[in-house]
Design a protein around this ligand. Structure first.
Ligand SMILES: [Zn+2]
Length: 75
């Protein structure tokens, strides 16, 4: 990969992901995330980092799936 191509790629990634969160921050926000996601699966802008973390962290995705199961059981 050429250097300028890489720089361009990095710029695009940084622009689309202004904020990256780790697993602790994910867990802090996951409740708000569950409450805020619309029925059509739309994610509010301030919680995009949470959705983005799911893309890169299978462990937290599993955690969320477990939480969703719990929610379904309650209703
Ligand atoms: Zn994680």
């Amino acid at each position: 990969m050429k250097r300028d191509r890489f720089a361009e790629l990095l710029r695009v990634v940084m622009a689309s992901a202004p904020e990256e969160i780790d697993c602790d921050q994910f867990l802090e926000r996951v409740a708000a995330f569950l409450e805020s996601v619309g029925p059509d699966g739309e994610v509010p802008p301030d919680l995009r980092a949470v959705a983005q973390h799911l893309e890169v962290c299978p462990e937290c995705k599993e955690e969320l799936d477990a939480l969703l199961e719990l929610h379904r059981g309650e209703s």
